[in-house]
Design a protein. Sequence first.
Length: 430
Amino acid sequence: MRERMTMLLIRNATLPDGRTGVDLLARDGAFEAVAPNLPQPEGAQVLDAQGWLVSPPFVDAHFHMDATLSYGLPRVNASGTLLEGIALWGELKPQLTQEAIVERALRYCDWAVAKGLLAIRSHVDVCDERLLAVEALLHVKRQVAPYLDLQLVAFPQDGVLRSPGALDNLIRALDLGVDVVGGIPHFERTMGEGARSVRLLCELAAERGLRVDMHCDETDDPLSRHVETLAFETQRLGLQGRVTGSHLTSMHSMDNYYVSKLIPLMAEARLSVVANPLINITLQGRHDSYPRRRGMTRVPELMAAGLTVAFGHDCVMDPWYGLGSGDMLEVAAMGLHVGQLTSTTQMRGCFDAVTTNAARVVGLERYGLEPGCRADCVLLQARSPVEAIRLRAQRLAVVRAGRVIAHAPPATAQLALAGRPPQVDFTSGH
Ligand code: FE2
């Protein structure tokens, strides 16, 4: 007998575009109808959204799952810098086992699901003869596939040219099924070598029909201009719309005149941009006294120029960052503050940076709340995307392919005050 697929009817949702009183019907894993007052099909499970916000799930466009939850192993980053983090990861690498990477990654994916984060692009370090992390994360990718889309980037942490054997290892990782070509031009020995690494990695991606996502110019050095080469190679090789520049923190410190030429070139190449606010604000500016730079790339200007800009979490409890919980609303809130993105449109843009924009960066198909999309969504205890950011809203329910895979009670506090309401939930009301 054919297994009966479940039907889920979500009643009375508010959508990110502001529509209220909307029902969403999921059948056979996909949204079938999204409209007010849908009839209830026989046998459908009903989820009453009570007017709360239903959003497509969160997407993290930039993460390091091979390092996550390793905080303190073998020691803590004392200086707090990117470079000590890389050195620390180098100390930890020989001690890693596949079992430990898999266990930590799966634990993180549990957190992600509970936070409504159902798609992650993770870089995986390929500077290791054994490709231990690659094999571990390919295993994790298969294991979590029913509930989380994990996309992997072949990331030569120690420099594809600077680290002996790194290019061969990167190609082996792609052969094993890693999806995207990564790079780290600012960590190569010279600016020239950095530019050469961008060229050869983009050529490799073009040959194989793959996307590119490079750690690019993750430095406070205003003369780190590899993003210029990345945009040029993207156009030369016809990779428009398939290439992402991650971090781009040097843009924070660049000369305004140069940036006025650079951003149009990036737009022409249809580069995507991923800023990692929590990490940029903590790792950058470490060589400054005061004033101390924020380090995040020029998000408002890049958004205004029409580039697709996403926010990534980058790190959770690893050699670079001791905090985090997989909460993309925390990421959005930090991006909003660091970038001073306080207009209504900009605040809304910060929500898009961890949902629709991130989905575009990763190239997710069938993402959204329209009929035909996979029935993935998150029910947030908020009335709007901006309120969701303000409250880091509780994830009341997380739905994957029409099935509730996580849920949590509303976040409320009980009051014992004469003449005042018995409880508060911090939302602004209808
Ligand atoms: Fe990163």
